[in-house]
Design a protein around this ligand. Structure first.
Ligand SMILES: [Fe+2]
Length: 398
């Protein structure tokens, strides 16, 4: 095994109906809470009322910041910081999916940040100025309404710089929420497509570790396979019956376990996400849909570089029978079955399905190099990926 450090201090309160505890939990953290959620929040009105009543019963004042959009932007973080400073809030509550929670994190940290906020976005390698991750943040309380990003139990925030059309991310210990109230009933109103994209995103988080992560990691692999299998079993139940609370709960816990550090403790990297982020930054494609397009293409391009892991994936996740078959055949069958699963849940698996053609691939590749390549001129993966490799993945995704 590799050396690693593990730290995760998030208090999770999980279960149907637990959102009623928000006031009790918030009053332990502050007296004036900024509520960060979407610009379009009509579908949350009832929930927002319930949260406000619960806060008010515990004498916590609510300051609204309803300014977040899908694939949230730095300008939204800046607006939220202004509202926080004007109102002198002492607690930030993120209510929504990854977009709302990540914006809440960056507002909570941005209040204390000196200089250009984009400089705290950690994964940029092109920048000649020093990149300084956030060091301090107001206490954070999360109420997730989408089972995907695991933001409620990790220290990461993803954000887009709309001026440069770069989507990137930052992380540091101060971005861990103090408490996350995970109430699976809040995910019941999610439309089918968003539910399916959330499932694809959850799978991508562990699949990336599985296919590009550590060599000697049998327990990690078992946890990753467990997450993938659980999503594959539970997601169709939710697509059939959106109010299936058992399946909703299992999907939400899977999304949290995928990215809370257990499935790959220590250093993790997500090269497929780097290619997906470019699609979202350029075309505002739903995050999970960008991954459902990139995953099959990535696998086709790189399966020979980690053949044993792809064979394991086929055998353990899809029960591919290896009798009288070459290793390559087992790997390819597993990959085909995985792509068929994505098609079955109706997420896109090709760039052409989202209106993108070959003409843009050069500029997408350029963006990945600019935003995500390391100082060694490669994309972090195992083995590392060249510019040509990135381009070939996009071509295979057409
Ligand atoms: Fe993701």
């Amino acid at each position: 095994m590799e050396k690693f450090e593990f730290y995760n201090p998030v208090h999770i309160i999980f279960g149907v109906g637990q959102v009623s505890r928000v006031g009790q939990e918030a009053e332990l953290l502050g007296k004036k809470a900024l509520i960060v959620t979407y610009k379009e929040h009509d579908f949350f009105n009832e929930l927002l009322d319930e949260v406000e009543k619960s806060l008010s019963a515990c004498e916590v004042e609510m300051v609204p910041f309803f300014g977040v959009t899908a694939n949230p932007k730095m300008s939204e973080v800046s607006q939220g910081i202004d509202v926080s400073k004007t109102n002198e809030v002492d607690l930030v509550i993120g209510l929504g999916g990854g977009s709302a929670m990540d914006t809440a994190k960056l507002i909570a940290a941005g209040i204390f940040y000196h200089g250009d906020l984009w400089d705290m976005v950690f994964s940029r390698h092109d920048n000649t100025r020093e990149v300084v991750p956030p060091q301090k943040a107001l206490p954070l309380l999360m109420i997730p309404t989408l089972p995907a990003t695991g933001s409620e139990m990790n220290p990461t925030a993803v954000i887009t710089n709309e001026k440069t059309q770069e989507k990137s991310y930052t992380w540091n210990q101060c971005l861990y929420p103090k408490v996350s109230i995970v109430d699976p009933s809040l995910t019941c109103s999610l439309p089918q497509f968003q539910t399916a994209c959330a499932g694809a995103d959850t799978i991508s988080h562990v699949l990336e570790f599985y296919l590009t992560g550590y060599e000697d990691a049998p327990l990690n692999n078992r946890i990753q396979e467990g997450v993938i299998l659980t999503v594959m079993e539970e997601l169709p139940k939710v697509l059939q019956d959106q109010n299936n609370l058992s399946a909703r709960s299992n999907l939400q816990w899977s999304s949290i376990v995928a990215l809370n550090g257990w499935s790959q403790p220590g250093d993790g990297w997500t090269p497929m996400h780097q290619l997906g982020h470019v699609l979202s930054a350029r075309h505002n494609i739903t995050h999970g849909a960008s991954l459902s397009i990139i995953m099959p293409a990535w696998m086709k391009r790189f399966y020979k570089t980690r053949l044993d892991r792809y064979v394991q994936f086929g055998e353990r996740v899809f029960n591919v029978d290896h009798k009288n078959k070459t290793q390559e055949k087992v790997a390819l069958e597993g990959m085909e079955l995985f792509e068929a699963f994505l098609e079955k849940i109706n997420v896109p698996t090709r760039l052409s399905q989202v209106g993108i053609n070959e003409e843009e691939i050069d500029s997408f590749t350029e963006d990945v190099v600019r935003v995500s390549f390391g100082s060694n001129g490669m994309l972090r993966s195992r083995p590392p990926v060249t510019r040509q490799g990135v381009e070939e993945v996009y071509l295979l995704a057409l």
